[in-house]
Design a protein around this ligand. Structure first.
Ligand code: FMN
Length: 145
């Protein structure tokens, strides 16, 4: 990540915002209300631990619409190992994966609204345990469907 980041035209087009509206803004500026909080919890736990995460994220466009990405998020460290920033590589989410992710995220969101983040985390943990996979393995498998 350079010192003076620019936002790509393609990204601006997808989000429907101007560069000025996005530069220097936190990533949650495009947070979609239908995204379960537990996914961001996993994301931050991983990247703060200098592990990478691959996650499906539904984002809000400035026109009120949405777009899905398959994001690979990692921390950038300096020579001493100190985290100096984070970056995300976004790929087009496989539509077949979204057929599975959509109902899963709906369930997690419902549990977060009616229960708690713990209920949501427990549900996700159980689903992954049944599959014998981590969230990354699960999402990578879905991306290759
Ligand atoms: C490099 C990086 C990229 C991120 N990309 C997104 C993104 O595209 N969409 C998003 O909603 N959150 C993204 N996040 C997570 C947000 O920082 C935030 O945790 C999330 O939007 C939840 O916001 P909230 O805690 O205000 O609800 C990203 C975080 C990092 C470090």
């Amino acid at each position: 990540m350079g010192k003076s980041p620019t936002v790509t035209n393609l990204f601006l087009k997808i989000v429907g915002a101007s560069e000025q509206e996005l530069l220097g803004k936190p990533h949650n500026i495009i947070r979609h209300p239908q995204m379960p909080r537990v996914i961001f919890k996993l994301l931050w736990e991983k990247i703060k631990n200098k592990e990478e995460i691959f996650a499906y994220v539904k984002n809000l466009s400035f026109d009120g619409g949405y777009y899905w990405v398959y994001a690979n998020v990692t921390a950038s460290s300096d020579a001493t190992g100190q985290i100096v920033g984070y970056y995300s590589i976004r790929r087009k989410a496989n539509p077949k994966a979204l057929e599975i992710i959509n109902p899963l995220y709906d369930k997690l969101l419902e549990l977060e609204k009616t229960g708690s983040m713990d209920a949501s985390l427990n549900y996700l943990t159980r689903v992954l345990e049944e599959k014998g996979m981590s969230y990354e393995e699960f999402s990578n498998t879905l991306q290759r469907l």
